[in-house]
Write a protein that binds this ligand. Structure first.
Ligand SMILES: [Ca+2]
Length: 111
């Protein structure tokens, strides 16, 4: 099963906040444990754990570029969650409504 196809399934089962939790577990796996953010280095090192070992260096780098909203060269938890949603077009279409609610909630909690 493709990673991106999994999101709508999880979303349907857990609802918005449950999905956020699942995504954030992914973040925990991929992040640099000392810095608390995902760097290209930590992404490269840990992506095999997520079943993402087929990604090329260039694809990982472009994920970082696309996800890094504030331009600090790393992915915060929020940036990672947003990126995961953006990589799942079906989820965006089907669930825009609760996505906004969940992100709004998450924003308030983490900022
Ligand atoms: Ca960033």
């Amino acid at each position: 099963m493709e990673f991106e196809d999994l999101l709508p399934v999880i979303a349907g089962k857990l609802g918005g906040e449950g999905l956020i939790d699942e995504l954030c577990k992914g973040f925990q796996v991929l992040m640099d444990k000392e810095k608390g953010v995902i760097t290209l280095e930590s992404l490269r090192k840990n992506s095999a754990t997520m079943g993402l070992q087929d990604f090329k260096e260039e694809e990982l780098a472009s994920m970082m570029r696309e996800g890094d909203l504030d331009g600090d060269g790393a992915l915060s938890q929020m940036e990672f969650c947003v990126l995961m949603f953006r990589l799942s077009p079906q989820l965006m279409q089907d669930s825009w409504f609760w996505l906004q609610q969940a992100l709004h909630h998450n924003n308030n909690a983490s900022l």
